[in-house]
Design a protein around this ligand. Structure first.
Ligand code: 13P
Length: 249
């Protein structure tokens, strides 16, 4: 049985002092033993955020890492730095990073392997554009992103990865995929992972939905058999996030 993961992606929001304030505000609201909860915060917020969640059920995630071990890579953050700071999860391949910062499938694969090598839980994002959906390319596109992201990753490691399906047209637009649309793709991702690996491995991998998930639509999306949680942007910055975490209440 896969435990649901409700992950906030704060994107480029909240200064360190604002982060501490938000974490304190959410503290009592995000208690739910039946789900895992994490906040993927901006790099500069990681240290105070880890401190602020101590003794709670919340884990901290990063929004990016670099795939080299260490060295002359000005501005980058390594997997070792993240683990040393107390980070558990790390996002890679978000459509905003693919789009604005030219992160490629090959980069995503290297980041995924580096994260796994350091015991971090990768949250690997994939998702199609509106044009791709309208021209019927969704499944082949998502499968190509999954294939490249998991390239040369063992079944044992693959089982530790979290995949986040985030249709680009649903991100920050208020236009959520219907639960049927989201389930259709998440189900196909699992089917494809079973082809790449085996059924047991595919059944262990958590697949999240992301894209305008909010307190009003979370319960229906999270009731789908292949949706194992959410990656939440806008609504993770508000007390509403507590309602998403407690979608089953
Ligand atoms: P929104 O929830 O703001 O649509 O963002 C989704 C997302 O990109 C999470 O990574």
């Amino acid at each position: 049985m896969r435990k649901k993961l409700i992950a906030g992606n704060w994107k480029m929001n909240k200064t360190p002092s604002e982060a501490k304030k938000l974490i304190a505000e959410l503290k009592e609201l995000v208690v739910n033993d039946s789900v895992d909860v994490c906040y993927c915060v901006p790099a500069i917020d990681i240290v105070p955020a880890v401190e602020a969640v101590k003794g709670t059920n919340v884990a901290i995630g990063a929004q990016n890492l670099y795939f080299e071990e260490s060295g002359a890579y000005t501005g980058e953050i390594s997997a070792a730095m993240l683990t040393d700071a107390g980070v558990k999860y790390v996002i890679m391949g978000h459509s905003e990073r693919r789009g604005y910062f030219h992160e490629t499938d090959a980069d995503v694969n290297k980041k995924l392997k580096k994260a796994l090598g350091h015991g971090l839980v990768p949250i690997m994002c994939c998702g199609e554009s509106l044009e791709q959906r309208e021209s019927g390319e969704t499944f082949t596109w998502i499968r190509s992103q999954i294939k490249a992201g998991f390239d040369a990753v063992s079944a044992e490691d693959a089982a530790k990865v979290v995949v986040a399906y985030e249709p680009i047209w649903a991100i920050g637009t208020g236009k959520t995929a219907t639960s049927a649309q989201a389930e259709e793709v998440c189900g196909d991702i699992r089917k494809f992972l079973a082809e790449l690996y085996d059924e047991t491995t595919a059944d262990r991998i958590r697949i999240l939905y992301g894209g305008s998930m909010n307190a009003g639509n979370a319960a229906e999306l999270l009731a789908q058999p292949d949706i194992d949680g959410g990656l939440i942007g806008g609504a993770s910055l508000k007390t509403d996030f507590g309602k998403i975490v407690n979608y089953d209440k």
